[in-house]
Design a protein around this ligand. Sequence first.
Ligand code: FES
Ligand code: FES
Length: 184
Amino acid sequence: MRLKDFTSNLKRSDPQTFRRLSLIQTMEITIKFTINGKIVKVEVPPHWTLLRLLREKLGLTGTKEGCGIGECGACTVVMDGRPINACLILAPKAEGRSVETVEGLGDQVFLHPLQQSFIDHGAVQCGFCTPGILMSAKTLLDGNPHPTKEEVKGAISGHLCRCTGYQQIVEAIEDTGKKRKVIR
Ligand code: FES
Ligand code: FES
């Protein structure tokens, strides 16, 4: 049964429970967490996902919503150093945590080396998958600065890209690691 049908049935059959649930939906709680290095305090309905909080309350629309069910990786952000699907995490779970999104990676003036490498390798086409992949790639390189091709493939295995065929993405990430080696 679709949610819409369920709620209209409930409204008819059990108006009291329906009113209680509606009340819960309008309630907000305050959460405090770090986003891209800045501490924020924000009011949010407890049933919202972290993805919705980022996009609709904080205006961080770089993080994309694809499937909404944890299968495409478009919504990937980094929480306490680990990539997570923001569509699967309730916003209150961010309380006290540190969250990084693509907006914290670089900007149009100072690109992160990964962002520059994606441009150089033609790894961005429509760009919908790119923010999520960048966050997974950043986490990989933070822990393993010179990953092998297989390690790169493993790190982005939870991401779907409909445009590139993945090869340019893998090369862009691998090359970022190799360039770091040259700098050292
Ligand atoms: S939108 Fe979260 S995994 Fe697809
Ligand atoms: S560049 Fe279009 S989905 Fe990946």
